[in-house]
Design a protein around this ligand. Structure first.
Ligand code: FRU
Length: 498
């Protein structure tokens, strides 16, 4: 792949060429090597001829492209989304002489005569650690005549010593839960139906046990359901439900839909399989939206479309009034710091202006923290702007303490599309458990911006397309009470594709 294009993110994964959507098959092996597969049309900058592309990474920021892992079996059957697991204990019987056998579980979607045909669940085995796969001779492992039955995500359920699959009956707004002793024979156990937002389809479910910071129990189970089309802001978005899971049934704590991201470019996220225990659960999402992904300008100008989100650490945290919230923040981003560009431990109600045109990657991480807030002086705002010294185009955003966070991509001019909405916002509540702090952090990376409030209690993922590179940053505070302190730091990030 040619990664020199001006829109190419430098610490995010994007495909070598042509079109990418959902992350698939994510697992980490015993040596700590991360495998990312992805929905990949290697023949066009739009979706259609779906394969599984493949890349590997040791740090989740520096990626090495690998050969296509799953190929279409014929010219009318496509390899749709799914997952992969390492069958350490050879439950499948496929791997008598190794502990690193990989099983991919995926949907085959048939389109005979270009019309939607059956979607079935299939498996393939890899004896070389996930680089090459052979389809199982007795596929499919779950047969169906439905045209709307897909996206199996498999996990090992330790207490019951069995595998669990969640998958979408997409048009029925239902998530099926199946179990298996061996990854080959699957038994339907239960369904989670009509929860939260329906949109027009449920897709890409995930089920994972996740830590709950200071919660009434140490962990909870999280069911994430992506919906497309029909997200509240248009197109695609992911909602989540925390609850209890007993190996066969999931019971959400409440029936409310909580949305994983307050902007429009975060969909079909997947949790890595194979991360031991629940100390942290790491996810990556597709950072785009079906409403406009096939029109974004990287197609005609640079020959590729779509990027993944940053790797995120996730856990649950208590939240004022709504009970709990899913926290999502960049995973170990300091691994790709190259240089501290600015640091001020007592900014007060002023701002920093930074010319970062000499940062080769064009990628930055920043963090602004207000500390020593008291309940009576929990006021103020943090605002930032990234602009082009050549064209004047910019993206901007900020957060109001105990109030709203916002993002605006409306002043970048390379992409005009009715669904490429300009402005996004979310509301947060300051609480006693915030220890007198309110923070915002973010990553800008050429054509993608991700923001995190209070360590990820709210997060927003936003792609943007300017005609000229952004090279100037301004960040500042306003309205902060005299007894509160503002600290700001900005770091340059590595050019991992150089
Ligand atoms: C979600 C999705 C999945 C499907 C895949 C096809 O973005 O529609 O439901 O498996 O993309 O590429």
């Amino acid at each position: 792949g040619n990664y020199t294009g001006a829109y190419r993110p430098r610490v995010h994964f994007s495909p070598p060429t042509e079109f990418m959507n959902d992350p698939n098959g994510m697992f980490v092996n015993a040596d700590g090597l991360y495998h990312l597969y992805y929905q990949y049309d290697p023949t066009a900058t739009v979706a259609g001829n779906q394969h599984w592309g493949h890349a590997t990474s040791k740090d989740l920021y520096t990626w090495e492209n690998q050969k296509i892992a799953l190929w279409t079996p014929n010219n009318y059957t496509f390899v749709f989304s799914g997952s992969a697991v390492v069958d350490v204990n050879n439950t499948s019987g496929f791997f008598p002489n190794q502990t690193n056998g990989v099983v991919a579980i995926y949907t085959l979607a048939q389109y005979p005569n270009n019309a939607p045909g059956p979607q079935t669940q299939n498996i393939a085995t890899s004896h070389d650690g996930g680089y090459t796969f052979d389809a199982y001779a007795s596929n499919p492992v779950i047969d169906s005549t439905s045209t709307q039955f897909r996206d199996p995500k498999v996990l090992w359920y330790e207490p019951g010593q069995h595998w669990v699959m969640v998958l979408a009956f997409a048009a029925d707004f239902s998530i099926g839960i199946y179990t298996s002793p061996n990854l080959k024979d699957w038994t339907p156990q239960s369904n989670v139906t009509n929860v939260g937002l329906l949109g027009l389809q449920y897709e890409c479910p995930n089920l994972v046990e996740i830590p709950w910071e200071d919660g009434p129990q140490e962990t909870a189970w999280l069911l994430a359901i992506s919906i497309n089309p029909g997200a509240p802001l248009g197109g695609s978005i992911t909602q989540y439900f925390a609850g209890d899971f007993n190996g066969t049934h999931f019971e959400p704590f409440d029936r409310a839909a909580r949305i994983a991201d307050f902007a429009k470019d975060n969909y079909a996220g997947q949790w890595f399989s194979g991360i031991p225990g629940t100390e942290s659960q790491v996810s990556i999402a597709w950072a785009s939206n079906w409403q406009y992904t096939q029109q974004v300008p990287t197609g005609p100008t640079e020959g590729w479309r779509s990027q993944m989100s940053l790797p995120r650490v996730n856990y649950l945290k208590n939240a004022t009034r709504i009970g709990y919230v899913l926290v999502s923040e960049p995973y170990n981003i300091s691994a790709v710091y190259t240089e501290e560009l600015a640091y001020n431990s007592s900014l007060g109600n002023s701002s920093i202006l930074l010319d970062y045109s000499s940062v080769e990657s064009g990628a930055l991480y920043f963090e602004a923290n207000i500390t020593s807030l008291s309940p009576t002086t929990a006021v103020g705002a943090l605002n930032f702007t990234f602009s082009s010294s050549i064209s004047g185009e910019y993206i901007t955003g900020g957060t109001v303490v105990n109030g709203d966070t916002w993002l605006d991509r409306g002043h970048t001019n390379a992409f005009d599309n009715p669904f490429f909405t300009n402005k996004f916002s979310a509301t947060g509540l300051y609480s006693g458990s915030d220890n007198g702090t309110w923070t915002i952090s973010g990553v800008i990376d050429r054509s993608i911006f991700e923001v995190f409030v209070n360590g990820g209690e709210q997060s927003g993922t936003m792609t943007f397309y300017a005609t000229q590179p952004l090279d100037t940053m301004r960040i500042g505070a306003a309205g902060i009470a005299a007894n509160a302190t503002v600290s700001v730091g900005v770091w340059a990030l590595a050019d991992t594709w150089a």
